[in-house]
Design a binder for this molecule. Sequence first.
Ligand code: BMP
Length: 244
Amino acid sequence: MIGENFKELINKTAKRHRSRVILALDKIRIAKTLEEKEKYKQEILDIAKETSPYLAAIKIGYPLVLATDLSFVTEIKIVSNLPIIGDFKIADIGYTNSLIAELAFSSGIDAVIAHGFVGKDSVDAIIETAKKFGDKGVFLLPLMSHPGAKMFMKPLMRELVELCIIEDVTGVIAPATRLDDLKRIRELIGEEQLILAPGVGAQGAQPGSAIKEGANFEIIGRAIYNAETPSKAAKFFAEKTWRV
Ligand code: BMP
C-alpha cells in the first residue's frame, strides 16, 4: 500500500489527541492590502493552533492556497504540528498530476486527494511521486457528499472503488451524507484502507455517524472554523467521534 507512513502518522496523532476529526481549513478572505492579508493569515494560524489539540490532521485545499500561497502550508504545519492533507482533487493527465503532487509534497503536505475517474495512468503518476517523496499518502474519491454526486459518480461508484483497490491507495474519501454508500464502500475495500468522511455539520450529517458505519475519520470544516470558539467546537467533535 502507498502511504503506510502517512497512515501510521495520522493514527498516532488521532490516538494522542483522542480525536477522529480532520479540520477542513477552507476559511477565506479576499484581502485588498498586504496588511489585510497578514491579518487574515494570522487568523488562520490562530484557528490552526487553538484547534490542533483536538484534531488528527488538517486538510487544506484551493480556497486557502489561492487566498494565500503554497508556502503558507509550512506555517500551518509548524503552529499545529499536525499531518497536512492537500485537497487539490487532482484530475489531469499523468504528467500534470505528477507536477501538482510534486509541488504539494515539496511544500510539506503529507497526503494528497485525487480523482480516479481520469484513469489508472493518471493515478499511477501521483503514486510514483508519492513514493519519490518517502511514502506520502494518496486518497481517491469514489463518491462525493453533495447532491450532484448522484448524477455521474454514483453509477460509477463500484468501478471507482475497484480502482482504489487495484492502486492500493492509502484510502478514500466517502460521504457522511450517504451512510449506506459509505458502508458499502467499506465492505468493498476491506479494513486496511482509510476512509475519510466529509459532510458532518454544515452539510447535515451527525458527528460520529460516519465512524459508526466504518469511516476512520470525519472531515469537518465550517462547523468548526465558523464557530464562535473554534477550539470548543473542535473539542466537541473530537469527543463525539472518539466515543463511537
Ligand atoms: P464542510 O464541513 O465545511 O462542509 O467542509 C467539508 C470539506 O470536505 C470541504 O473542504 C469540501 O471541499 C470537502 N469535501 C466534501 O465536502 N465532500 C466530498 O465529497 C469531498 C470533499 O473533499
